[in-house]
Design a protein around this ligand. Structure first.
Ligand code: PDD
Length: 287
């Protein structure tokens, strides 16, 4: 099955889908993105991601490229043309194409819009979640606006690569106080040594994850105690459980941090339960 990508109004074979050499996304990382999980061809947490996309565009003063309805149609059509049942759809909007010059281009320069979609093996992801994954900590060297979902991801890429080279799946980034900020492409959580769920508050320089927000509602529903407060690497290593959340990863249990075993070295009961609950809800509410 050949893949298809949407670029600025047209669907192209994936291998021939191109943006201009002077696209500002390419030259300045001057753009934003969103990722939705797909269940049975439908997008999970749809509104949350769409609302955050508009916020990111607003914060960077990039024009809204098309109506919400039109964009929704393009997302659905890209999923359909790629025949994705389970996987992700990726949307990127940049400040468009213009002669390379740092200030914003002339008013009216149309933003660039690209959409791609690919399948993810649900059984492989489940096997990984059953086993749990390893985490490596890395210094957080990112800029000060990590609340905006920009395509400027070099620090995240370097952190993730360091993790992979160390045989870990995800990198947790750590600020100068020794407190975990978030994962390189996920939000970080623990069940601390007292049994309390902890995740960093979004006053900090982190992305307000849509999966994180959805999980918070489930945590409340389950009457679990949540402390939205930063935790240190040491606290994480002493925690009963550790896990992380993101579109595509859902709720992923971690079983070691920098080689230190978490709990008994298997996915914890709370993370496992929250994963099940999240998947049920996401699948049910997908559109
Ligand atoms: N990443 N933190 C960072 C730095 C992220 O890049 C992401 C998502 C998250 C989780 O956000 P959400 O729950 O809304 O997916 C947190 C996406 C999946 C990516 O870059 O591929």
């Amino acid at each position: 099955m050949s893949r298809v990508a949407y670029v600025n109004g047209q669907y192209h074979p994936h291998g021939q889908a191109m943006v201009h050499v002077e696209d500002r996304g390419f030259q300045f990382a001057d753009g934003v993105y969103e990722v939705w999980s797909i269940f049975d061809g439908r997008m999970a947490d749809f509104d949350g991601h769409m609302t955050r996309l508009h916020r990111s565009l607003n914060e960077l003063r990039i024009d809204i490229p098309m109506s919400r309805e039109a964009l929704t149609r393009v997302l659905h059509e890209t999923i359909r043309r790629n025949r994705v049942r389970n996987g992700i759809v990726y949307l990127q909007v940049t400040r468009g194409t213009a002669r390379r010059d740092h200030p914003f281009p002339a008013e009216g320069t149309p933003p660039s819009v690209i959409v791609t979609s690919r399948s993810i093996s649900a059984s492989e992801a489940e096997a990984q979640a059953k086993k749990g994954v390893a985490i490596l900590t890395q210094p957080d060297i990112r800029w000060g606006r990590c609340d905006i979902k920009t395509v400027g991801l070099l620090a995240n890429v370097l952190a993730k690569q360091a993790a992979r080279e160390a045989g870990a799946y995800e990198a947790w980034m750590v600020d100068e106080m020794g407190l975990v900020t978030e994962g390189s492409s996920t939000n970080a959580w623990i069940v601390d040594e007292h049994g309390k769920l902890r995740t960093r508050d979004t006053q900090a320089n982190i992305l307000k994850g849509i999966t994180r927000t959805a999980l918070m509602a489930l945590i409340q529903q389950e009457k679990l105690e949540l402390d939205e407060r930063p935790f240190s690497v040491d606290e994480a290593k002493r925690a009963r459980e550790a896990f992380f959340t993101a579109a595509g990863a859902f709720v992923m249990p971690a079983v070691s941090i920098d080689g230190t075993t978490i709990g008994d070295g298997t996915p914890g009961p709370i993370a496992t339960r929250l994963r099940t609950l999240y998947l049920e809800q996401a699948r049910r509410d997908a559109i």
